[in-house]
Design a protein around this ligand. Structure first.
Ligand code: PLP
Length: 463
């Protein structure tokens, strides 16, 4: 919510339209404290429904990677299970079994060498999953260092400067030094070049991103792994990789099945994905898996008896909705490999169409094509303008209901502003044709400007 709206939102009472208020009901309610009297559920529903309507249409939100479309049957399951808590595994044994089935399906999809030895769990999203992957790295490194009588006070994690904010949070919250390898025009992802100067005996691991948030590009996991092989050969350091496959881990198995990024690469210790992104479930669901249970230190797993039974848990949250896990299983059953392939291919075709059309416009150049996940970014051609920027394009498209964010690239590329489209299930070719027409119309309008528009609200876009 823009700043001025937020201020306005804290003032005055909530008005209830006379059409919705029932006879005898109060027509206003305090905005930021509980009213003394209750409200009829129909009236309360209408008030909340109407206000949420102002958020716009989630399917036109091309900024988010998170699912905005589900089958009616998936929605029904979601509602039916909305009262189940995922942590109550002893009470809901079927849901617990389904959770395990889901991560075992992922272990198979990601080529775990020994299904029996793989281990995983569901999470609230990739952020929690990444935290767990990072924590396992840190604890394993600490245990190995302690056993060798070495200090454990300065762990570091190596990753691209274009990581999603969760990795910065991980380092900040758990006292790990982040070592960012800057992306450049020549090295648009962390590709193993110059990795040697970033790792040392305190490196707990390297993060490889499958579907960089800024652009959708895959980092070449195999190349990074080979660079680490060389480092091991020279120094003896054996540094593991965590693949942050928040989006790509549910695209690559279906659209690039021969790409080796997963447990086929022996150095890959753990992988996360968001069930609620290309796993095709509404928010929030994530998954994290380790290739072998030995890679998840026993000391991180808690056994709680008050749930009944003696349940091992490894998670940041205790209570968490179970409905998304059931819907994930529904999607696995409903779609199978072929279904996932078809759905992801359809998104890819739409993304490629959009990239072709946008890339062909005189004012834009693509930063990357939609070659990896159905996501691509573009920038304004150098020298084009000078009366408008991509921020103006974003603002004008918002008037038509589309959310297409513009933002600076990280660190030493921060002078480069890009705009990005995330194509998800539910973005049809018809909608894409409309988007292209709206972008063309927007550019035609902006091209007519004789001076820049007054500064718009450039609220920072969060990845
Ligand atoms: C590469 C990457 N990692 C982690 C995340 C965080 O995922 P979640 O929103 O599921 O917590 C995202 C979200 O976009 C992402 O793109």
């Amino acid at each position: 919510m823009p700043h001025n709206n937020r201020e306005r939102d804290l003032r005055g009472d909530v008005d209830v339209n006379p059409l919705f208020a029932r006879p005898g009901e109060l027509r206003s309610r305090p905005r930021t404290r509980l009213a003394d009297l209750p409200m009829l559920p129909e009236t309360a529903y209408q008030v909340v429904h109407d206000e949420a309507m102002l958020d716009g249409n989630a399917r036109l939100n091309l900024a988010t990677f998170v699912g905005t479309w589900m089958d009616d049957q998936a929605r029904r399951l979601y509602l039916e299970a909305s009262d189940k808590n995922m942590i109550d595994k002893d009470e809901y044994p079927s849901t617990a079994a389904i959770e395990e089935r889901c991560w075992r399906i992922l272990a198979d999809l990601w080529h775990a060498p020994d299904q029996e030895r793989a281990i995983g769990c569901s999470t609230i999203g990739s952020s929690e999953a990444c935290m767990l992957g990072g924590l396992a790295f840190k604890r394993r490194w600490q245990e190995a260092r302690r056993a060798a009588g070495k200090p454990t006070d300065r762990p570091n994690l190596v990753m691209s400067s274009a990581v999603q904010v969760v990795w910065e949070k991980f380092c900040n919250y758990w006292d790990v030094e982040p070592r960012f390898v800057p992306i450049t025009e020549e090295h648009r992802t962390l590709d193993g070049a110059n990795l040697k100067s970033y790792v040392d005996e305190n490196t707990i691991g390297v993060v490889s991103i499958l579907g960089v948030t800024y652009t959708g590009m895959y980092e070449p996991v195999l190349k990074v792994s080979r660079a680490l092989d060389e480092i091991q050969h020279e120094t003896g350091l054996d540094i593991p990789i965590h693949v942050d496959g928040a989006s790509g881990a549910m695209i690559a198995p279906f659209l690039q099945p021969h790409l080796e990024w997963d447990f086929r690469v022996p150095r890959v210790a753990s992988i996360n994905t968001s069930g609620h992104k290309y796993g095709l479930v509404n928010p929030g669901l994530g998954w994290v898996l380790w290739r072998d249970r030995d890679l998840l230190p026993e000391s991180l797993v808690f056994k709680v008896s008050y749930l009944g039974g003696d349940m091992p848990t490894f998670a940041l949250n205790f209570s968490r909705p179970a409905a998304q896990v059931l819907v994930q299983y529904f999607q696995f059953l409903r779609l199978g490999r072929l279904g996932y392939h078809e759905v992801q291919k359809a998104s890819m075709e739409v993304a490629k169409y959009l990239a072709d059309r946008i890339g062909a416009m005189e004012c834009f150049e693509l930063w990357n094509d939609a070659d990896d996940i159905p996501v691509f970014a573009w920038r304004q051609k150098p020298g084009y303008g000078p009366n408008w920027t991509l921020y103006d394009v974003s603002d004008r498209l918002r008037m038509k209901g589309w959310l297409v964010p513009a933002y600076p690239m990280p660190d030493n590329l921060s002078d480069t502003v890009v705009q990005r489209v995330v194509v998800r299930n539910g973005m049809s070719m018809d909608l894409a044709t409309n988007l292209v027409a709206d972008i063309e119309e927007t550019v035609a309008y902006l091209d007519k400007l004789t001076q820049p528009l007054p500064d718009a609200d450039r609220s920072v876009f969060h990845h």
